[in-house]
Design a protein. Structure first.
Length: 209
């Protein structure tokens, strides 16, 4: 059974039922959001509504779980994509950066114990996970880097306008831009980030290779 929730989703100015918007001036922005201009202003304004949407979504999921027999049900909570919210100076989805491609993946197993995994997992792994669970076995990751991509250009406002493909491991991200309508990261066509040393993706190692 799949439950797909619309929020959090633009327009972030839309009200979240019974949840107040946060004060834009009090929000802490990521260190890769350019400050002092229109990008910071929009990031703060969007995030004030985005966080309210998150809380409303969390409450809705809580009400749903309260009606489920959790002793017999495997529950997976995830998302299709993230949102840049001003990081790297851009907004919305489809971008190659962590804010856009990295999403939560929370799995609650009946009678299971909690743990944090650093394994690289893709949304395309979910069907294989479900088959393993249905057969009474434990799904195990391949240990290989995950493939990541934006296979089509988009003309929607603010979204990534070019195609790109790459791979991501727990430590490294390699990306090749296939077609560009504006470029990324200094108009580079190849990008290489060490995610452990540079989690904000501010240094493109490909430019020095």
């Amino acid at each position: 059974c799949i439950v797909s929730l619309e929020s959090p989703h633009p327009p972030y100015g839309a009200p979240a039922p019974h949840v107040p918007r946060r004060s834009p001036g009090e929000l802490k922005l990521r260190g890769n959001v350019p400050l002092g201009g229109e990008i910071e202003r929009q990031a703060r304004e969007d995030l004030s509504g985005y966080y309210a949407h998150l809380e409303a979504t969390d409450r809705a999921v809580g009400r749903l779980l309260a009606e489920i027999d959790l002793g017999e049900t495997m529950v997976v909570f995830t998302s299709v994509h993230g949102d840049m919210h001003g990081s790297q100076g851009v907004f919305r989805k489809g971008w190659l950066y962590e804010e856009s491609i990295r999403v939560p993946l929370l799995i609650r197993q009946p009678h299971g114990s909690g743990r944090l995994s650093e394994d690289v997992v893709s949304l395309v792994d979910l069907p294989h996970m479900a088959l393993a669970w249905a057969g009474g076995s434990e799904w195990k990751p391949s240990g290989l880097p995950a493939e990541i991509s934006m296979p089509a250009e988009s003309s929607l406002p603010h979204q990534c306008p070019y195609r790109w493909r790459g791979t991501r491991s727990a430590e490294q991200k390699l990306v090749q831009i296939e077609a560009s309508k504006g470029g990324a990261n200094g108009n580079a066509s190849s990008l290489h980030f060490n995610l452990q040393r540079d989690p904000l993706e501010l240094q493109n190692l490909a430019s020095a290779e």
